[in-house]
Design a protein around this ligand. Structure first.
Ligand code: FAD
Length: 341
């Protein structure tokens, strides 16, 4: 079999990182990214990009922890290299605060982030409405820089990237040996996945360079995440809403909630409002499938449905998707050598 041709559909954080992992693990493969939108027009560009995992109820915790750990380790190495500023990857310390002590005082990811500990009474004085808190240091991916850095890495490894809307994965079967579906919320239409639904998120990106620590209300609805150039203020979680139009009432509500956690934000300037649709599912769809029409078979690897936590686990799920692509290629090579006998 000649160099296997692999198409990756989608150019958000999942598609780009999956294409990179495939190119790294299968140097003989010819990898192409096909997407109707690239940065800065993806959901991934709206995200804060904080590495604080979201929990997927349909996925075993040890698997989620493994994905998070692989992602943290990968980004920690970038943050500790000369590439850090171009890639938009940096360490950030701060607090997750709760009005009441949570049932789970030690989340499953507490030994992956750095220096996780309960907040002291003195620290809690900053948050008079909260009674419990956790302090830790984690990583943040700033977007667009991280997506542009991934695109640059892909080009350097010879990966092709084309703007193309794919209406049906089958349309790729005559051009490619394997297709990887990283279409995010687009998979709802592309593969008719009824288990995938949008969770709308509205955020503000503001200029407030004096804010250096992250603050997250334990429920995860209100958060302040400082990036290299702008601070992301959030947020909302609106299940089944497909609207990408910012709502001015919501903007005021987010700003007020964030100012009650960090009053200095009243001086923030240049407020930009963004909306994104989290591709949500009970579990990430990370599996092989073989499409078959008229006796012709076409292997597909799905990697979508990362909901509110795509940045936190992207490298771990990309590695697993690349492993599944390797299995598809081994099967194809096995059948082509049997056909020659
Ligand atoms: P996307 O970024 O949407 O990429 C999908 C790609 O597929 C796009 O390029 C699209 O154009 C392409 N596509 C779709 N359909 C087709 C088609 N038919 N043909 C061709 N191309 C197609 N996660 C975290 O871990 N930490 C955070 O702090 C965080 N904050 C967030 C804040 C908000 C407000 C939101 C909305 C999300 C946040 N997330 C966060 C979640 C994170 O953004 C997502 O999990 C992640 O971006 C999903 O990435 P993706 O590549 O699957 O999807």
């Amino acid at each position: 079999m000649a160099a296997p041709k692999v198409a990756v559909v989608g150019a958000g954080v999942i598609g780009l990182s999956t294409a990179l992992c495939i190119a790294e693990t299968c140097p003989s493969c010819s990898v192409t990214v096909l997407s109707d939108q690239f940065s800065p027009n993806t959901t991934s560009d709206v995200a804060a990009g904080m590495l604080i995992p979201h929990t997927y109820p349909g996925t075993p915790i040890h698997v989620q922890k493994q994905w998070f750990k692989e992602t943290f380790t990968y980004l920690f190495a970038i943050s500790n290299s000369a590439e850090a500023s171009e890639a938009g990857i940096h360490l950030v310390s701060g607090w997750q605060v709760f009005k009441n002590t949570p049932k789970e005082e030690l989340p499953f990811w507490s030994d992956v982030v750095l220096g996780f500990r309960p907040m002291s009474e003195a620290e809690l004085q900053k948050f008079p409405q909260h009674r419990f808190g956790q302090a830790f240091t984690t990583l943040k991916c700033d977007c667009p820089p991280y997506l542009l850095w991934l695109e640059k890495r892909l080009k350097a490894t010879g990966v092709q990237m084309y703007t193309r809307k794919v209406a049906d994965l089958w349309e790729l079967h005559s051009e490619y040996n394997v297709v990887v579906n990283c279409a995010g919320i687009g998979a709802h239409q592309l593969v008719g996945d009824e288990k995938l639904f949008p969770v709308r998120g509205q955020v503000l990106k503001v200029h407030a360079p004096w804010v250096k620590n992250f603050i997250r209300d334990g429920g995860g609805l209100t958060y302040i995440y400082p990036g290299i150039h702008r601070v992301t203020l959030g947020g909302t979680r609106e299940k089944e809403s497909w609207s990408l139009t910012p709502d001015p009432g919501t903007t005021k509500d987010i700003f007020d909630r964030c100012c009650s956690l960090e009053p200095s934000l009243r001086g923030a300037q240049d407020v930009k409002v963004k909306v994104g649709l989290r591709p949500s599912r009970r579990s990430v769809r990370l599996q092989r499938e073989v499409l078959s029409r008229g006796g012709v078979k076409f292997p597909v690897v799905h990697n979508y449905g990362h909901g509110a936590g795509g940045f936190s686990v992207h490298r771990g799920t990309a590695k697993e998707a690349a492993r599944l692509v390797g299995e598809c290629i081994a099967t194809l090579q096995g059948s082509s050598s049997r056909a020659k006998l």
